[in-house]
Design a protein around this ligand. Structure first.
Ligand SMILES: Nc1ncnc2c1ncn2[C@@H]1O[C@H](COP(=O)(O)OP(=O)(O)OP(=O)(O)O)[C@@H](O)[C@H]1O
Length: 300
């Protein structure tokens, strides 16, 4: 089985007349770090809550480990670790005691607490009271809790939200380590592409409850490998056939051509060529790069 999560045509609303998730489909491969990206209110937490069974998947649109959620849970809870909304701790207890409370509730041995504390690099600080933990340490402990019982899948809702740059790097390195060394598949949401793009292998972009892109990070980079340039030119359709194929020319509108280039030299050469064949160029502009494109399609 190569798919850990499979969602097919999921539509959901809290009330009958307002869909929050609109025909969502996505597939999370085994061993991936899958980014689920979108602005606030796009529908990320709702999807994640459905994945962990907090909101019922009445239409059976979701499969985890090849099973509908109604068959998968409750046994499946041992295979999934999740962190949705902020974790709450007993502030007057140590990190160790906080973990112990959870592991005892789940009938797990103390050795599990030791194992996860080492994994998140909090072993040395285990006896410190939670109130003295930094936000980054608290978040690492929250991830340690999700790791109790060795889950194969982690579902993390905005785990780096509110952390300073160092805290973000720590969480990123931790998640990469868990993925590479422990083989954990990770489904992680974020509202910022740059926050997660260094760790993810795959992603889906959700906007207003609709998936706007899904695929590997390689697919995304391929899509944006080249600079996209728009040329304002009178009678665009009359010139498209005269532009070399390597520019992948397309008609954007009656007086605009869209091309892709790899260097400035490509632009200079094309403009010379077009002027030589009597094209009337009135504008050249670069369209959005990856980050701008992401902002544009996810904005509210
Ligand atoms: N329990 C609820 N009842 C009614 N509407 C809700 C409920 N929970 C969320 N919503 C609405 O569903 C939409 C999607 O919210 P959701 O929390 O899934 O978005 P999100 O992408 O996770 O954003 P954020 O990062 O702000 O949490 C929003 O319009 C929100 O107001």
């Amino acid at each position: 089985m190569n798919e850990i999560i499979n969602i097919q045509n999921l539509t959901f609303g809290f009330s009958k007349n307002k869909a929050i998730l609109k025909d969502i489909s996505l597939s999370v491969p085994k061993g991936s770090i899958y980014g689920f990206l979108g602005a606030n209110g796009a529908g990320k937490s709702t999807t994640m809550k459905m994945l962990i069974g907090n909101i019922p998947d009445e239409k059976k649109a979701i499969k985890i480990f090849d099973k509908n959620l109604s068959e998968f849970y409750p046994d499946g809870f041992n295979r999934v670790g999740s962190l949705i909304d902020t974790a709450t701790f007993y502030d007057h207890l140590s990190g160790w005691d906080n973990l112990l409370v959870v592991s005892e509730l789940r009938n797990l041995p103390k050795t599990e607490c030791e194992r996860v504390l080492h994994l998140v690099d909090l072993w040395e600080s285990r006896n410190m009271k939670m109130k003295k933990y930094s936000l980054g340490m608290k978040q690492r402990l929250a991830i340690a809790m999700t790791l109790l019982g060795k889950p194969e899948l982690l579902i993390l809702d905005e785990p780096v939200n509110g952390l300073d740059p160092n805290g973000m790097v720590e969480i990123r390195e931790l998640l990469i380590k868990l993925n590479k060394e422990e083989g954990v598949t990770i489904f992680i949401s974020s509202h910022l592409l740059q926050e997660v793009e260094k760790m993810i292998t795959h992603l889906a972009i959700i906007s207003h409850g609709e998936i706007r892109f899904s695929g590997s990070i390689k697919d995304l980079n391929e899509l944006y490998r080249y600079n996209h340039i728009r040329i304002g030119i009178n009678n665009a359709s009359g010139f498209i056939s005269k532009i070399p194929e390597n520019y992948s020319p397309k008609i954007f509108d009656e007086n605009t051509l869209e091309i892709t280039v790899e260097s400035q030299k490509d632009i200079t050469n094309l403009v010379k060529h077009l002027v030589n064949i009597d094209a009337e160029i009135f504008e050249i502009k670069s369209t959005a790069g990856l980050e701008d494109w992401f902002m544009e399609i996810t904005k509210n």
